[in-house]
Design a protein around this ligand. Sequence first.
Ligand SMILES: Cc1cc2nc3c(=O)[nH]c(=O)nc-3n(C[C@H](O)[C@H](O)[C@H](O)COP(=O)(O)OP(=O)(O)OC[C@H]3O[C@@H](n4cnc5c(N)ncnc54)[C@H](O)[C@@H]3O)c2cc1C
Length: 377
Amino acid sequence: MKHYDKIIIGGGLYGLYSAWLTGKQGNQKILLIEKDPEPFMRATYINQARVHMGYHYPRSISTAIKSKKYFDRFVEDFDFAILKTFDQIYATSSHFSWTNKDEFKKFCSDAGIFCEEMPRENYFNPEMCDGAFLTKEYTFDAHIIRDFFLKEIAQFPNVEMLFSAKITAIKQLDSHFEVSLADGKEFDTDFILNSSYAGVNEVHSLLGYQPFQIKYEKCEIILVEVNDLLKDKGLTVMDGPFFSLMPFGKTGLHSLTAVTFTPHETSYDNLPTFPCQARSNGYCSPEDLGNCNDCPVRPLTAYLYMRSIAKKYIKDEYEFKYKKSLFSMKPILKASEIDDSRPTVVKVMNESPMFVSVLSGKINTVYDLDKVLLNGK
Ligand SMILES: Cc1cc2nc3c(=O)[nH]c(=O)nc-3n(C[C@H](O)[C@H](O)[C@H](O)COP(=O)(O)OP(=O)(O)OC[C@H]3O[C@@H](n4cnc5c(N)ncnc54)[C@H](O)[C@@H]3O)c2cc1C
């Protein structure tokens, strides 16, 4: 049985960052295990690609302040993968909103984040929004970040990565864990990081650990081509059943999302349980979550619904057309439902041997792992 100092489960941003950070110390043998054929095939790629500064959380000042804290570091570290050259406009809806123009201004001021009021008629149908604000927020390109990590990690002989690898068992013994794969390979380690995001409870169930209290949303991110007037703009209407249309990293496309239609289905079970799994011919199950984006029974797009919401709000001259849909599973802590907060939880499930699970709320809180990875505490 091959020994590793650390085993990392999951090859999204949280996993690759961890392999890179621990690998570059040079003194430890690291193994990353990913069930998909490549890294970054799930949530790290299939999301809105917003580098959060906090504007999105007018009901959770703690999430806003934390986003702001990490924004500068992330933008500096991944400058090469970040698009800044567009106007990120947030607006407050005149109807059915949890916030309004004055509250949003006060929230930005309380959180210490830049916000300049703009004429709302420049972007929106004025009767639909009571305020519009220029903000400082960017978009990241996940594929550029992936390629950066792959190139860096390739230089570390002490880091190995296995793809298309299915973990069948994890045994916890007094001093270490034994990890078995479907192809018969076996490894031991005294440190496991579980950075499998929507798979977090799937991994817990292999060890009999308590599940995180999560609701799972099967989400659709739509990529659209926008006309020249929209190219250098991102438009987001807050805070309720509205929409967002903003650049998707450096791809030249925009992402379109809408609070009501981006989640197609929700599961409140400990493991993600959806009716479509029965039709997936064994591709996906609650115990072995498949990749929604590659699933043979992907949902039909909700584009027309999302488009109609966006078109109600934005000026007629802003146009966009459908390019493609991406699907991914979003786990949200049930406790976050009340205030729409998005904490990143790093939880030590077992001290010795050490088992740590991370459930990330956002991309730029990845640095929350530094302490546990570098100190082992
Ligand atoms: C619809 C949506 C929109 C979002 N919008 C934003 C946004 O605009 N800005 C932002 O900052 N954040 C956003 N987020 C959150 C952000 O995407 C996540 O916080 C982040 O990508 C999680 O990274 P990760 O590495 O933990 O997860 P992932 O990228 O999902 O990686 C986890 C990996 O673990 C693998 N895995 C799972 N189970 C196992 C197993 N048993 N064995 C081996 N491998 C396994 C998976 O295949 C996957 O590759 C959004 C999320 C979603 C879903």
